[in-house]
Write a protein that binds this ligand. Structure first.
Ligand SMILES: NC(=O)c1ccc[n+]([C@@H]2O[C@H](COP(=O)([O-])OP(=O)(O)OC[C@H]3O[C@@H](n4cnc5c(N)ncnc54)[C@H](O)[C@@H]3O)[C@@H](O)[C@H]2O)c1
Length: 336
């Protein structure tokens, strides 16, 4: 007897929604049921391409009884209301980063998923970069010893400002490059080195003409629970996108290099012995792999909630960084 496939709705048919919808069509236990976009032409075009239904009103797609799981691939400020609607309708949710733009909303989303025993997953495709996965394995093996500090950057030249008009509306994007690119480097830092206890930071507008409350560069320091400092920059004036992070430990240093098409991780021991892993030639499949992981988890006995909690923590850290930048202070214990 063939197992019944989980019906999936994708809300938002822009860049990310298309990726999630295409990934769903190649997943063995899922079925793309419906796509939705307030710009109905986009939904119709994607539905035609992938062979599913299209609706304009996202709540119709979410409430559809044939749908059990939702991808929310819409602009930042719409994540919380759509996800809360979906969770209250009993649907599992995959939500693009940032989980929300407000801390209270992220906490409500996690509470709602927990109380209803539903999965809440936040998009964090950088975790699925092969070199980042390898770095995680190496840190866990202790190759650099006890981590002492890390420093890194993430960003691009600010192309979102041109292609996505909502990214210049503070009420929709909720911040600048820190809100846009920051979630990935914060998530990876916590994933590799543990949770954060204190933050400080400064925001800058160096090039782009932007409204108040939207920066094109942010410089941040995070301090982990055991005192480990992590310095990073998020930037929309980074001509050499996309991501670089290096960490020093008691036994050596490690760099994760995802600049341009590179996908490297290099460890140099204190004895100068070099171990290098190069995934640059491998097909880049991080979006598909993370979508498949979510879809594959839907049949599990217990819901996938850890990712949603991580997404909430990232929003708490970002909002604490913005507060620190506004007040010129160091924020401890992160707005708990
Ligand atoms: N690496 C990543 O994980 C990554 C990369 C890029 C974007 N994102 C995130 O994905 C989200 C979407 O980004 P994008 O680049 O696809 O944007 P986009 O502008 O290309 O697409 C968004 C789509 O949502 C539609 N939309 C807006 N409000 C809606 C609503 N209430 N209901 C239904 N449809 C609605 C728009 O018409 C548009 O088609 C953002 O939150 C962004 O931060 C994540």
């Amino acid at each position: 007897m063939s197992e019944k496939k989980v019906g999936v709705a994708v809300i938002g048919c822009g860049r990310m929604g298309k990726r999630r919808a295409v990934a769903t069509t190649s997943h063995p236990s899922s079925h793309l049921e419906v796509v939705s976009d307030t710009d109905f032409g986009r939904a119709e075009a994607l539905a035609k391409e992938l062979g599913c239904r299209a609706v304009q009103d996202p709540t119709r797609a979410i409430d559809d009884p044939a749908v059990g799981a939702i991808f929310i691939s819409t602009p930042n400020s719409t994540h919380a209301p759509l996800a809360l609607h979906a969770l209250r309708a009993g649907k599992h949710v995959f939500c693009e980063k940032p989980l929300s733009i407000k801390v209270e909303d992220a906490r409500e989303m996690v509470r709602e998923a927990e109380s209803r025993k539903l999965s809440l997953v936040v998009g964090s495709n950088v975790r699925f970069f092969e070199n980042v996965e390898k770095a995680k394995e190496l840190v866990e093996k202790g190759v650099i010893g006890r981590p002492l500090f890390a420093r890194g950057w993430i960003g691009h030249e600010g192309w979102v400002l041109k292609t996505e008009p909502w990214s210049q509306d503070p009420a929709i994007i909720g911040g600048g490059t820190l809100m846009d690119n920051g979630p990935h480097i914060i998530d990876i830092s916590r994933w590799l080195f543990g949770d954060v206890d204190q933050v400080s930071g400064q925001s800058f507008k160096r090039l782009h003409q932007l409204p108040d409350a939207i920066e094109d560069n942010f410089f941040a320091t995070l301090v982990g629970k055991e005192g480990m400092p992590i310095l990073f920059q998020a930037s929309w004036t980074e001509w050499n996108g996309y991501f670089f992070l290096e960490a020093y430990g008691t036994e050596g240093r490690m760099s994760i290099d995802s600049r341009g098409d590179a996908a490297l991780v290099t460890v140099v021991g204190k004895d100068q012995r070099v171990q290098s892993f190069d995934f640059s030639k491998a097909e880049k499949q991080s979006f598909k792999r993370e979508a498949h992981e979510f879809l594959g988890s839907l049949g599990a006995m217990s819901p996938h909630l850890e990712s949603g909690r991580d997404g909430m923590r990232v929003v708490e850290i970002i909002q604490s960084l913005y507060r620190a930048a506004r007040e010129g202070s160091r924020v401890s214990s992160l707005s708990r």
